[in-house]
Design a binder for this molecule. Sequence first.
Ligand code: CAA
Length: 684
Amino acid sequence: MSVISTRIQGDVLVVTADNPPVNALGAAVRQGLMDAMRQAASDDAVKAVVIRCDGRTFFAGADITEFGKPPVSPSLPEVIDAIENCPKPVVAAIHGTALGGGLEVALGCHYRVAVPSAKLGLPEVKLGILPGAGGTQRLPRVVGVEAALPMIVTGDPVPAKKAKAMGLLDALVEDEAGLEDAAIAFAQDVAGRSEHPVSSRRSDRIADTPPSAFDDFRKANARRLKGFEAPEACIQAVEAAVSQPYEEGIKTERVLFQKFVTGTQSKALRHVFFAERAAQKIDDLPKDIEILPIRKVGIIGAGTMGGGIAMNFLSAGIPVTMVEMKQDALDRGMGIIRRNYDNTAKKGRITQQQVDTAMSNLTGSLDYADLADCDLVIEAVFELMDIKKQVFGKLDSIMKPGAILATNTSYLNVNEIAASTGRPEWVIGLHFFSPANVMRLLEIVRGDRTAPQVLATAMKLARTIGKVAVVSGVCHGFIGNRMLAARQKQANALLMEGAKPHQIDQVLLDFGFPMGPFQMADLAGLDLGWKEEESKGETIRDVLCERGRRGQKTGKGFYDYDEKRNRTPSDEVNAIVAGFAAKSGKAQRDIGDDEIRERLLFPMVNEGALILEEGIAQRASDIDMVWLNGYGWPAYTGGPMFWADIVGLSTVVAGLERHGDAMPDLTISSLLKDKAAKGERFNG
Ligand code: CAA
């Protein structure tokens, strides 16, 4: 069956795409659209055209799998020009998502109608490129620069109602089932008018742009866009839409597109796109496995973690019962949840009605027995094995059969926790990252005896609450914290050898991390888990805490802070560290940034390789997902394993060997060595 079919209804040519799953604009679709435009032009009986899609969405963009391969004619710009040059009015009928090349097709059409649930956007920038089929030239001409810039530069789509308000849509059709008929009626109506079809190229709106608009935009978004190359190219392309005639602007867009589509950042971001989807797949689970319904969730612990976890479910409309030991702790926890929601409502991100609905679904309790009928219970109590075991023993005696018992532990052995119940198949790790209502990552820890159905249900649930889930096997710290420990070990060693905290942090900031390890420690508080009465001044942390250097909250930690929390390096800290180094007989030296970077990042890659070797992670790209979504690894490098592929695995091995004396207890993964020797990569 052809991916593009046509039929004539009255005097309207209805062009329908059917290219599951998302109607990507692959070569066959492009050719089909080209043929349909020829048919429309040559058939006198046709007075107007409707372009629509079957399935779940309008065209969701160019076919990303074609990127990097030799181009196949006709190109998307050629197809869109053909649509725009059609002598009969062409109407796009949009449902689902009109994204990237999909929106560019719609912009080539003379009119656009959509259902209210539709979303329209140019997300190319998220793939490290810019719209390459006229989007940067046509969109500003249709909606003006002010509305077009954020859409093109951030890639975030807009809902249909907003699109209508900004002039991107000509009409909204309330009912999806009626979209095709409404689009045909719309096409007949415009065909009957005397004026020619309105091309997106003709507009005066673009002339309104104040000269400062682009620099203002650059400044306002500098933080969010730091390190990414494509956003600047997007801005330059829109600038060209203002400063150059259409034909020139299109050429500028093309040149920039060609440059970026072959760039490393684009490769990395495409890897991220597919990695995110691959992570959802668990190789050894049957496709038709039954997913258990999760209608009610129990949470033990109303602290920061428990509260954040609860918000995920409340926001998804799933009732939560939260259990604490003492009334005041419970009240405090529930109060924080309400305040968080109220603040989000104040920023206009949710309505008061949504706040009220979420809060009405939250029940507080001091009694475990109130959890009995929950389909899932997640404990977020103190990170001590004995306490976890007690909690799970209790849950085992209370929870109904068929309930999933989950631990939010960040390090502990999930098998051991599971063994403290009589139903280890129902036990799983759900490791949320703080702040749990914000961070996208969820590590799902599969115990040796976790039932496949329990795992599949957890994966599905992660999607429901908007998390990127990655499956990890059981080991100390799972995927993320185990690799973090490898980095922290080197950060501490480098400090003793003479690198300064700010130097180490800066290397990671320059790499693209939002924060370095010592900034992070100051933010979290150096006294986290430290007890004054037990401190013997034996570690750097002991001494810093004893001297009141407990982090940002005390105005000093590894850094000194001013009232605005600006940090400056501290001579006192350097002296303390130097004292410890002298005591241990270590001579301090100047350490270059390259060595610091290699010693922080290569051991992480090595730990990732060990994690793969041991079967803790299913695939290298899952490890990338953990670090991108949970620890701020810069997306434009693709994650630690993809980055290692780009650097070259033999370079990583050589680096590890070169720094071998400084890292005496590091074992180089045989998988890493093997791949390096064969010239292979982790990711394909
Ligand atoms: N090309 C190729 N495959 C695509 C694709 C695309 N543009 N978009 C989605 N897919 C694939 C996914 O990889 C996935 O495949 P598997 O089932 O094998 O994993 C499948 O379609 C379904 O995708 P999702 O799981 O993401 O489905 P969803 O319903 O959750 O989301 C979506 C649908 C919102 C369309 C989402 O897939 C999406 O955001 N897609 C990408 C959109 C995009 O970036 N478009 C711009 C492309 S670049 C471009 O158009 C350049 C240009 O100007 C010339």
